[in-house]
Design a protein around this ligand. Structure first.
Ligand code: XMP
Length: 581
């Protein structure tokens, strides 16, 4: 078994990845049913000129996405594909190299993912990591066996022969291991390059055949020379130049959007989250005023957020923007709703209605407008000419929806929140090839204000799901909004905003007794929730400094009349979730 038990808290460099499209939740949380993506994921970010690409084959390891991220950090485009992707598809990408990821299986287990026949005959260097290496060794006649003890966590690596892969690196270094099966003998013709405390053979190579293997994980920060090893593989062995960057991504996507859209009209649901913001900016750079953004203010945003979105896009970037003040509509729908899922459903459904109305209005205007030759309502939306809809689908969504193969199985599960099927839009997905932190880099490149580039994830249903156990009334939302504002303000002043995955307040539907200025009070309790996380799948409660907590609590109680108590949530995930509802 490789990669079996999860090693203790790994902290990969940079922020984690969006999970299932709910992170950075650009809008209410219902699934989307818009028509399937038409933009191929296939090489979507490779650029006009043939950019070097490294294919990472995913054998199910927990760090597979991270390998692709680290390769890109080296300035080389990389895609993560399922291990069983047909060989022709790999060949069609003309990769400069292939990396086989780790995985939870043992090469001896029934149904263990095999090495695709012919993979080693493609004529490009192949490097196996962990399970990937064991697979190579097993297939090529070396000896892999289950060792007495597994090797999980930090390990000492001794380099006996740098070979091509480890040339110039220190003889003694530390590395991160996560395996039970172990390589005892390299296959015939291979050189063993290194060993570790529990792995007699921890790195191998066959220069002539261009096959390499490492038992440890170069992609995690706990392998200090990991990035150098990857760089050696990419530059020295695969001959890749570092040409992939935020600037090159932006340029390439702008060109692709122009090609796709032509002179068509494009609509984009903007939430102020980084994904929809960056997607909108790219499209605007590409086709200018053919784009109209629709910002639905459901009244569940954080303080001043609506104004910030409008002023950034309409005033600074001059993007045509329709801002819909729909607060009263949403509050109406939330009347008497206390169940978390019912809240989500009510918000999702209303969001669709508002968005659909705006889309129809825009289409009317383009068709001649009410009173023109095609009056409003005369032609159902589904009979109108195809228009384009921007979605901020990220690469991690693509991977989670069945791999980056451009297959039609893409779940369009985020951003615009459940658009009806008769809205015949063709999707424009300029972020389809990007990881979250690359999206942020592109945003910065395009001049998006730092506040938006680094915005923490915010759930689509907004503050409504943070009023716990009760109805999201205007009065409660205002209290929560003010508390949240104080929290964010203090956390930013303390320089901790970017350190935290999320920081927010929760307002339970309970009141407690207090005493203020000789008077008995009966007020709201505000809960502070701040977590660190890499991908929101797991999270730890953030150890905020006591002084900061004190400053936050006293400001909340002094500045918000209705609040008389502040508490801190010290639950990690699991067992808790990040949000309370
Ligand atoms: P939980 O609470 O499940 O949250 O630990 C994980 C991440 O997802 C976000 N989240 C949502 N996003 N609609 C969204 O768009 C939702 O209904 C929703 N619920 C949770 C949450 O903020 C966290 O980042």
């Amino acid at each position: 078994m490789s990669d079996a038990p999860k090693p203790p808290a790994i902290a990969p460099v940079g922020r984690g990845l969006a999970a299932g499209g709910v992170l950075d939740a650009e809008s209410p949380g219902e699934p989307v049913t818009a028509t399937p993506a038409t933009v191929p994921a296939d090489g979507a970010g490779r650029g006009a000129t043939e950019l070097a690409e490294i294919v990472v084959l995913d054998y199910g390891g927990q760090y597979s996405q991270l390998i692709a991220r680290r390769v890109r950090d080296c300035g080389v485009f990389s895609e993560l594909l399922p291990h069983n992707v047909p060989l022709e598809e790999i060949a069609a990408r003309k990769p400069r190299g292939i990396i086989l990821s780790g995985g939870p299986a043992s090469v001896y287990a029934e149904g263990a993912p095999p090495l695709e026949p012919g993979l080693l005959e493609l004529g490009v260097p192949v490097m196996g990591i962990c399970y990937g290496m064991q697979l190579l060794v097993h297939e090529l006649g070396g000896r892999v066996e289950q060792a007495e003890v597994g090797e999980f966590g930090r390990s000492d690596l001794h380099v006996s022969d740098g070979g091509r892969l480890l040339d110039g690196l220190p003889r003694e270094q530390t590395c991160w291991m996560s395996h039970r099966d172990t390589v005892f003998e390299p296959p015939p013709g291979f050189t063993a390059l290194a060993s570790s405390s529990a792995s007699p053979v921890a790195a191998i190579e066959h220069r002539g055949r261009g096959i390499y293997g490492i038992q440890f994980h170069p992609e995690v920060v706990h392998t200090p020379y990991g990035q150098e090893i990857l760089t050696r593989f990419l530059n020295e062995i695969c001959g890749c130049e570092p040409t992939w960057s935020a600037a090159s991504i932006a340029e390439d996507q702008i060109r692709r959007i122009r090609e796709q859209v032509g002179s068509g009209k494009v609509i984009c649901g903007l939430s102020g989250g980084v994904d929809s913001s960056v997607a909108a900016l790219l499209v605007h750079r590409a086709v200018g005023d053919q784009l109209t953004c629709v910002f639905v203010d459901h009244g569940l945003m954080r303080k001043d957020e609506g104004e910030q979105v409008v002023s950034t896009f309409r005033d600074t970037f001059k993007v045509p923007l329709v801002a819909v003040d729909a607060e009263s509509r949403f509050l109406e729908k939330l009347k008497g709703v206390t169940d978390p899922e019912a809240k989500r459903k009510a918000i999702g459904a209303e969001f669709i209605r508002v968005f659909e109305e705006e889309a129809a209005r825009l289409a009317d205007a383009e068709d001649g407008g009410p009173g023109g030759d095609r009056p409003s309502g005369e032609r159902p939306i589904k009979d109108r000419p195809a228009r384009f809809l921007v979605q901020g689908t990220l690469y991690s969504d693509v991977i989670e929806s069945g791999g980056g193969t451009g297959a039609a199985t893409i779940k369009s599960h985020h951003n615009v929140g459940g658009l009806p099927e008769d809205l015949q839009f063709e999707l424009v997905e300029p972020l389809r090839a990007l990881f979250k932190d690359e999206v942020r880099a592109v945003g910065a490149e395009l001049g998006l204000p730092e506040r938006l580039v680094w915005r923490q994830p915010f759930p689509g249903p907004g503050l409504a799901i943070r009023i716990v156990g009760g109805e999201a009334t205007k009065q409660r939302l205002d209290v929560l909004r003010e508390a949240d504002h104080i929290l964010q303000d203090e956390i930013r002043k303390a320089g901790l905003y970017r350190e935290l995955w999320q920081s927010f307040c929760v307002l339970p539907d309970v009141r407690t007794v207090g005493v203020q200025g000789d008077e008995r009070t009966y007020g709201y309790v505000v809960v502070i929730r701040a977590v660190t996380s890499d991908d929101a799948m797991t999270a730890d409660w953030a150890r905020l400094p006591y002084d900061l907590l004190e400053a936050i609590a006293s400001r909340m109680i002094n500045e918000i009349r209705e609040v008389n108590r502040v508490v801190l949530d010290i639950t990690s995930k699991p067992p808790g979730t990040i949000e309370w509802e």
